[in-house]
Design a binder for this molecule. Sequence first.
Ligand code: NIG
Ligand code: FE
Length: 422
Amino acid sequence: MGATLITNIGELTTNVGRDGDLCGTLHDAAVLIEGTRIAWVGAASDAAARISDRDIASTRPGVGEQLRSQRPNDITRHRGVGGGGVEIVDAGGRAVIPGFVDSHTHLVFGGDRADEFEARMTGTPYAAGGIRRTVAATRAASDEELRGRLAGFVAELHAQGTTTFEIKTGYGLTVADEARLARLAAEVTTEVTFLGAHVVPAEYADRREEYVELVCGEMLRACTAHSRWIDVFCERGAFSPAESERILVAGIAHGLAPRVHGNQLGPGEGVRLAVALEAASVDHCTYLSDADVAALAGSRTVATLLPGVEFSTRQPYPDARRLIDAGVTVALASDCNPGSSFTSSMPLMVALAVREMGMTPAEAVWAATAGGAQALRREDVGGIASGMRADLVLLDAPTRVHLAYRPGVPLVRSVWVGGERL
Ligand code: NIG
Ligand code: FE
């Protein structure tokens, strides 16, 4: 793979924080990509010196002269380069941010629940029981159907600037179906989460003890090969704190790392449990006590907020300001699923977080990129620095603020994943 120089970047969000600037902002910047990684980040005026004469010559005769003689703002774009050449992309003064890291999705499923959404909009509250409807539709879908659907979602994610995403199982809830969903998810991401403890399926309604036993044993063993994480829906109507702890501990014993759905529908033990088990993240965090906030602040557990859920269920938004002011690390994710949040749009999450949750635009963009990376304990994504994976988004806007300032407008102009322009 060759090299790409993106130059004439009006505002570059590196997330390498300094001097109180969380986003490590550079102006008039350039980024050099070599292969799958970022090779250099700096001032556009220094870009020419970073490209060897040989590379420039192989790009196109005369381009070296142009680079040396013209001001960076005049660099034009040269495409179709092969071999060791350098493709030069003129960002035209626009903003570049790291690719979004969506650390919480449920993208392998069949059917949809538009009827439930419609009912909610006339006053029927969201209930976890709806998950069973998607379980039935997912069990009925073939591998090919699920794979086709997943490919569509991945294209949707990429088009909106998401370059790393987690996917949970949780709509199979039999040993064979959970293993199937983990396998299909692993075809498109390394961040697969086993969520056999999503709800107790209908056939175990009177035997929940047995179901928990199954999740901790045979089902877990069938899913570990394709999973990195274990998750539980620790909530009234799903799994109790004691059940959740048992399931997470079993997952940890099988080499999976814990994450938790907690405090979504009401106050509860999810946050306390996540912190006690040093989970990478506890997700939702809508109903928090002061003790929950203090526990998170003193931990390595990220609070992942999912504002698509509150948007789609008309519940109160979580208070991001309270968490950030207490020193908690906050991430934003889509929770894309057919029940509580059927959107894959990280730009929408940024806009909602700013408008509804008290976050500044810089905090929201950080949370949707670097925050998501921390929630997945990843150091190679979520920022733009030498050595990191070359996942970048060129916005059709001069600043990242526009993501919240122009909600609903497609501002993603170009996306690079692992150095490859999509
Ligand atoms: O994260 N909370 C549990 N799971 C999903 C909802 C899934 C569904 O309703 O299908 C969530 O909100
Ligand atoms: Fe979820």
